[in-house]
Ligand binder design. Structure first.
Ligand code: SF4
Ligand code: SF4
Length: 80
């Protein structure tokens, strides 16, 4: 583990392989081109570009996409 930032970014977007049916909706909708199709499944190949707009999660018909909350949200929640 070299950098916390890298690790954090890599975990921003996750696709659950088992649920993804390869419809490509997330590939088409993502404004940052985070996804690419690999062997019929969507893979977040550029998670570091994700702006957490939520479109992919909203549009995925199979609920296969998980988005991490940003740290500051967690921090403010913890500060309550
Ligand atoms: S949250 Fe937005 S920017 Fe991030 S992967 Fe999904 S569609 Fe792309
Ligand atoms: S929108 Fe969902 S089911 Fe469709 S390719 Fe993306 S992750 Fe897979």
């Amino acid at each position: 583990m070299k950098s916390n930032n890298t690790k954090k970014n890599l975990e921003l977007v996750k696709v659950n392989d088992a649920w993804c049916k390869g419809c490509r909706i997330c590939v088409e909708f993502c404004p940052k081109n985070v996804f690419e199709m690999r062997k019929g499944k969507s893979v977040p190949v550029r998670p570091e570009d994700c702006i957490l707009c939520g479109l992919c999660q909203l549009r995925c018909p199979d609920f296969a996409i998980e988005l991490e909350e940003r740290d500051h949200e967690k921090a403010s929640a913890a500060g309550e």
